[in-house]
Design a protein around this ligand. Sequence first.
Ligand code: GRF
Length: 208
Amino acid sequence: MTGRARVGILVSGRGSNMEALIAAAADPAFPAEIALVLSNRPDAPALARAEAAGVPAIGEDHAAFASREEFDRALDERLRAADVGLVCLAGYMRVLSGWFIAAWRGRVLNIHPSLLPSFPGLHPHRRALEAGVRVHGCTVHVVTEGVDEGPIIGQAAVPVETGDDEDRLAARVLAAEHRLYPLCLRLVAEGRTRLADGRVEGEGAALL
Ligand code: GRF
């Protein structure tokens, strides 16, 4: 036993946030280790990236399961088999079943590329530009039944610059995501941020 929290990361795509978490956890002083990466898309580039970093990675096609819950039960089995205690969603593009959220209550984190509660859901950068906000950013929060609605652990602010388009803004926010997510995972793994009764207690992270 090393005493480090064992983390499972759920991905669907490219996996740059996953890589940021793996890189942080490569430091033995980091309070969490990445035990497993799971994807609902067997062709996700993130899987090869995880394997290249020496992290076990499994792709399982959700379409092969009869229901959302059946698939989530398979995820749950794999996570428990790997002795995972904490789950990080990193570009996981599938809504979790109520069953999974209840089974892992308070132990699933997500990163969303906006300053929640602004712009939950799809296309947050486009909507931020349309709304004309001058400060945008990203949020790490605890996953609850409502999409992008759970209690906030940390946020990073990112300026919107003159002439920004969706891609430029997304790239600037993504760089902030890669700093914020490891910071928030550290707070949770060290017990400095506690998740109790649907609330976040203790410390949080604010990158300005
Ligand atoms: C990130 O912007 C994340 O916040 C959002 O989806 C994107 C995933 O990117 N949920 P990556 O797969 O981590 O590179």
